[in-house]
Design a binder for this molecule. Structure first.
Ligand SMILES: Nc1nc2c(ncn2[C@@H]2O[C@H](COP(=O)(O)OP(=O)(O)OP(=O)(O)O)[C@@H](O)[C@H]2O)c(=O)[nH]1
Ligand SMILES: [Mg+2]
Length: 412
């Protein structure tokens, strides 16, 4: 039967020697005798191969049953920092040869130049969401060598490293470029120039040059890529304050909510849609605790995700005994990360107003803090409209200040 199969024109993976690797000894007949033609048998084999009960397949089946990715799994997929080595392609060699044909033996030098090496370009792509797919080394394509008859070698094609919007490219700690717009490119490593063929060296003094140069090496660089979430507003608060619940209540985002601290491990961005089609992006980041700048809790390195935010929404938990001290600690930690960060335009949100003792605490909070406080309940949705309207006021104020009307968050 395998001999019959080999007569049929089939792809390489169906060739008998490959098939024999798949079929346990003694099973050949039973497997093939059920099929009407060898090709359909082979197809059945292929289907069996990808769908039966290996442990790998079981894993795949298990994953299909699961719904959304858990927060823990998402963390594995979300990478916001990467070190990457970029090596551009080298130039191709120039050729050294002479034209020769019947009755024209000494036709002169005709070695073509080598092609240029392909450069490595870092490109912002709005469809890329994290730096997880970035590999440690990118190598550009080498240029082709020149050929006889004055043929030039082909240039190496550029290699693109696609990164999410909001990626800062750094070299030795210094920011070189901030890729914040879709399609924005940074030519990170130049490809080497192609070598010259001996035709290039033809002159009146030297009618038969034997010189041809080799191509130059491509540029080599080690860069750090750092992703900072792009959002207009950032939710900042202690763990369990209800930041993720609030983002769920006001936007289309669906971050995980749970009654234990540090549920959120990665930033989530939600979009608040207004009737006039204006959109405000709000980022939910992991909770901050007192001493976070000393690396307590999850530390404050993830505050880089609110560095770009135009305004900060402090979320206070009114179920705690002294919510106003939370505000002081949050501001202190923000300033430890970047002096003046806590002074950005802001709103103070008193969350969990549905709890019985919250009203009393709100009065005390108002006496302690001079800024406007917006009482809300993320759980019941109570007064979230005021927050959404205030968010719009902040946004409009920012746009007027910008004057450009672009409304795109950029690094200050
Ligand atoms: N009663 C009440 N509970 C709330 C409210 N908002 C959030 N919660 C609860 O508080 C707990 C924590 O909510 P999260 O939204 O996960 O809090 P978080 O600030 O995102 O927490 P981390 O991600 O750990 O920093 C959950 O059990 C929520 O159901 C609220 O307005 N009222
Ligand atoms: Mg959360």
């Amino acid at each position: 039967m395998l001999a019959t199969l080999s007569r049929v024109k089939t792809p390489r993976w169906l060739s008998p020697d490959i098939l024999s690797g798949y079929i346990p000894r003694g099973n050949e007949l039973s497997l093939f005798s059920r099929s009407s033609s060898p090709v359909s048998a082979a197809w059945r084999l292929r289907v069996r191969d990808v769908s039966t009960s290996s442990s790998l397949c079981a894993k795949v089946r298990g994953n299909q049953k699961k719904g959304e990715l858990s927060e823990k799994k998402l963390t594995r997929h979300f990478v916001d920092q990467r070190r990457v080595k970029l090596v551009a392609g080298s130039g191709g060699k120039g050729a050294c040869c002479f034209h020769s044909e019947p009755r024209k033996e000494w036709g002169g030098p005709d070695g073509g130049n080598g092609g240029d090496g392909g450069s490595v370009i870092i490109k912002a792509d709005r469809f890329v969401k994290s730096l997880a797919q970035i590999i440690p080394i990118y190598k550009g394509e080498d240029g082709q060598s020149g050929g006889s008859k004055n043929c030039y070698g082909r240039n190496g094609s550029p290699t693109y490293v696609c990164v999410p919007l909001g990626t800062a490219v750094k070299e030795e700690g210094k920011t070189i470029v901030d890729l914040s717009e879709h399609g924005q490119e940074y030519l990170a490593a130049f490809g080497g120039a192609g070598g010259k063929g001996n035709r290039f060296f033809l002159s009146n003094e030297n009618r038969a040059p034997m010189t041809a140069t080799s191509g130059m090496l491509g540029e080599e660089r080690v860069l750090q890529l750092e992703l900072r979430t792009m959002a207009h507003a950032g939710l900042v608060g202690f763990p369990n304050a209800g930041k993720s619940s609030l983002l769920r209540a006001i936007s289309n985002a669906r971050p995980a909510v749970a009654a234990y601290p540090f549920t959120t491990l990665n930033p989530h961005v939600g979009i608040v849609n207004y009737r006039d089609h204006e959109q405000v992006a709000v980022a939910d980041i992991p909770g901050i605790i007192r001493g976070a700048h000393l690396n307590r809790g999850l530390g404050i390195s993830f505050l880089r995700h609110i560095e770009r935010c135009r305004f900060i929404l402090f979320v206070l938990d009114l179920s705690t005994p002294e919510p106003w001290t939370q505000l002081q600690h949050l501001r202190y930690e923000l300033d430890q990360y970047e002096p003046g960060l806590s002074q950005r335009p802001q709103a103070i949100i008193a969350n969990k107003m549905d709890l019985p003792e919250a009203q009393e605490k709100l009065e005390t909070l108002r006496s302690q803090v001079i800024e406007r406080i917006i009482p809300v309940s993320a759980l019941t949705g109570q007064n979230t409209e005021e927050l959404i309207l205030h968010l719009r006021e902040l946004y409009d104020g920012y746009r007027q200040g910008q004057g450009s009307g672009k409304g795109k968050p950029t690094r200050s």
